[in-house]
Design a protein around this ligand. Structure first.
Ligand code: ADP
Ligand code: MG
Length: 254
């Protein structure tokens, strides 16, 4: 079996809302180059954990490191710059911007924003050109190129999911975290999304995704982490998880 090579290591991360402990993860690792599924009943804390790890919410305690560097306490754009990006359960596509402009916004936080002085403009121009080229390549890859000048609001739910995934790739991250990328997406687009996820892994990127459909999870995951009431109650290969009574109970109990 493959040697452990964690890209993300999480230690003792907790987050409560009032009296409710939403996340209480003792130790969690995501191995580099894998597709790892984060599963668990509604309210298990999956989205909260994503929010915490990517700097969109603050932990009560805990630390985590990405590629060997501590990133706990960093904000969303700093986490993105470190190479870890995420999408949201409810898509954040800006409906009154074009598809292409949504993509270009995804490049924010890259080099260029800090540039000032006499060279700022030409450098920024060059950066903008590179960003546009990358956006066009990704739109091609995600079959959204014909929609580039349409408002994001005119896209179907599934196309918005594709746009969000494409946008997240603007910064060429090493790891992408997808929160329910398949939710509300028609079956044809689900297949396309699954293809994109496996391609990303095959290119060496690490994928952590939240999903409910067991066939989807079992079909593409290298590793599965089960969260219930904020805690990791089981993890393993798909074949192990499928037959794990605790997992079955956690799902049937929800
Ligand atoms: P999941 O994504 O696994 O369905 P969430 O992370 O969205 O679960 O939620 C975990 C728990 O934390 C739920 O009980 C939810 O109601 C609660 N929660 C999440 N965000 C907040 C918030 N901002 N304020 C209060 N409670 C929250
Ligand atoms: Mg959620």
């Amino acid at each position: 079996s493959k040697k452990a090579d964690p890209i993300l290591v999480v230690d003792d991360v907790r987050r409560s809302f009032g009296g409710l402990t939403a996340v209480d993860v003792g130790h969690l690792e995501v191995q580099r180059g894998t597709i790892t599924a984060l599963i668990g009943p509604n309210g298990a804390g999956k989205s909260t954990l994503f929010n915490l790890l990517t700097g969109f919410d603050r932990v009560d305690k805990g630390t985590w490191s990405f590629q060997g560097r501590t990133i706990s306490g960093k904000r969303g754009h700093q986490v993105a710059r470190a190479g870890m990006v995420r999408t949201f359960q409810l898509t954040k596509a800006l409906t009154r911007l074009t598809v292409l402009d949504n993509m270009l916004l995804g490049a924010k936080g890259q080099a260029g924003e800090r540039m000032a002085g006499a060279f700022a403009r030409p450098l920024w121009k060059r950066q903008e050109k590179a960003n546009t080229e990358r956006a066009m390549e990704l739109l091609e890859r995600f079959k959204l190129i014909a929609k580039r000048d349409d408002m994001a609001g005119s896209l179907s739910g599934g196309q918005r999911k594709l746009l969000e995934m494409a946008r997240a790739l603007m910064t060429d991250p090493d790891m992408i975290m997808l929160d329910e990328p398949m939710a509300g997406v028609n079956p044809a687009l689900v297949q396309s999304l699954l293809g994109h996820i496996t391609s990303l892994r095959d290119e060496g990127k690490t994928v952590l995704f939240v999903e409910h459909d067991m066939d989807v999870i079992m079909g593409i995951s290298d590793w599965i982490v089960v969260l219930a009431q904020g805690q990791v109650i089981a993890e393993g290969r798909p074949s192990d998880i499928r037959s794990n009574q605790q997992v079955i109970d956690a799902y049937l109990g929800s």
